[in-house]
Design a protein. Structure first.
Length: 385
């Protein structure tokens, strides 16, 4: 792995870095589509997560085969969080099985990396619904709130924009649909081998989080994982009885006492490096569950807790990876969503946000070229500059 100084130099100002991000993005998109195809009534969530992880490893292994030392693989293990479960549900073999049924709302979340350049993606599907199914009521409200929030954020991912602008825009869109973004959820800057860079965007911060969260300004050639999670309920996540299974290494050091803890930490360091991992993907799940306790208590490993909204509430998630390029933000992961299939009594009311949503994400590079879609396109492009 490159040392910290080298990592800082490798940005998307280099074509090869952009290529690696895009390769990881293509893989993440392919895998999430394949997992979605298997999200049918009767499917077992644990099996779907294992399938997603297996495909991530298989697809990344095909890249840069001649470069034996180049690291690649899972950047975020496959999680499938159903209905009021907000995030990070990735069960183990020893966990009680969760079976999908028609009408379930499944949020699939995963990521791939090539040489430490990370591409993550998440999408929400309704189990048993056809691609052209219509959504109404609170179902439509929360889908549109999350969709338009993610679209607005994409347009704000420009050099010079402050993260607080993104936070307030997501909040306004949630309020338009009488929905709440999940409190305190973060979108992170991505760097080589670093899934949670220091610059972050917070959604729906509580009073304490407002004071603690650091303001920042986006810059050219940065990369971000934009994670939008919106609920029909209060938007407050809470832990329940569900076992945490996803972790990642920190920069802390400590001399572990237990043999199982040392074995686990060595395996994680060798197999996963700094990337998040699921205990399910380690050699011996039982020993991993024993060893994880000491590693977490001494902060060598950081847990990704499974969080829940209140029962009977629906949570929707859209996540994508965006590169801040000279010609505008470039989205390299994320699946299409057809907003015309959602019928809500609400709509975006804030005039600034409405205007933002009509702008193009691409800057006009050659002013002599006429926009393809006439005057409206020209105005949109100029607004995006």
């Amino acid at each position: 792995m490159a040392d910290k100084d080298e990592q800082e130099i490798k940005t998307i100002a280099e074509d090869l870095v952009v290529t690696k991000y895009k390769m990881a993005g293509d893989i993440a998109n392919r895998v999430i589509k394949a997992v979605i195809d298997k999200c049918v009534a009767g499917a077992e969530v644990r099996e779907l997560c294992s399938f997603g992880d297996g495909m991530l490893l298989e697809e990344t292994a095909k890249c840069f085969k001649k470069e034996k030392d180049l690291k690649k693989g899972i950047a975020f293990p496959t999680c499938i969080s159903v209905n009021n479960c907000i995030c990070h549900f990735s069960p183990l073999e020893s966990d009680v099985g969760v079976v999908l049924k028609d009408g379930d709302v499944a949020k699939i979340d995963l990521g791939a990396h090539i040489d430490g350049f990370i591409a993550v993606v998440a999408h929400t599907v309704f189990v048993g619904s056809s691609p052209d199914a219509e959504h109404r009521g609170r179902e439509a409200d929360v889908l549109l709130a999350a969709h338009y929030a993610s679209e607005a954020v994409l347009r704000l991912m420009q050099p010079g924009t402050e993260n607080t602008t993104v936070t307030s825009t997501v909040q306004k869109i949630g309020e338009s649909y009488k929905c709440k973004p999940i409190e305190g959820m973060l979108s992170h800057q991505l760097k080589q081998f670093e899934i949670d860079g220091e610059k972050t965007i917070i959604q729906n911060p509580n009073e304490a989080q407002k004071k603690e969260h650091e303001k920042c300004t986006f810059e050219l050639h940065e990369v971000y994982a934009i994670d939008v999670l919106v609920s029909t309920g209060e938007g407050v996540g809470r832990e329940m009885e569900t076992r945490t299974t996803v972790y990642k290494k920190t920069n802390e050091t400590y001399m572990l006492k237990m043999k199982t803890s040392r074995a686990l930490f060595t395996e994680v360091s060798t197999k996963c490096g700094t990337m998040p991992f699921s205990l399910r993907n380690l050699e011996d799940e039982k020993k991993a569950r024993m060893g994880i306790v000491e590693c977490v208590s001494h902060k060598l490993l950081e847990p990704f807790h499974v969080l829940y909204e209140k029962a009977n509430e629906t949570v929707v998630q859209f996540k994508y990876t965006v590169l801040l390029m000279p010609n505008g933000p470039q989205k390299i992961t994320g699946l299409p969503f057809d907003a015309t299939r959602c019928h809500s009594e609400y709509s975006v009311t804030d005039e600034e946000v409405k205007k933002l949503l009509t702008t193009s994400t691409r800057k006009k590079v050659n002013k002599k070229k006429k926009p393809a879609n006439g005057t409206a396109s020209k105005e949109a492009v100029e607004t995006a500059e």
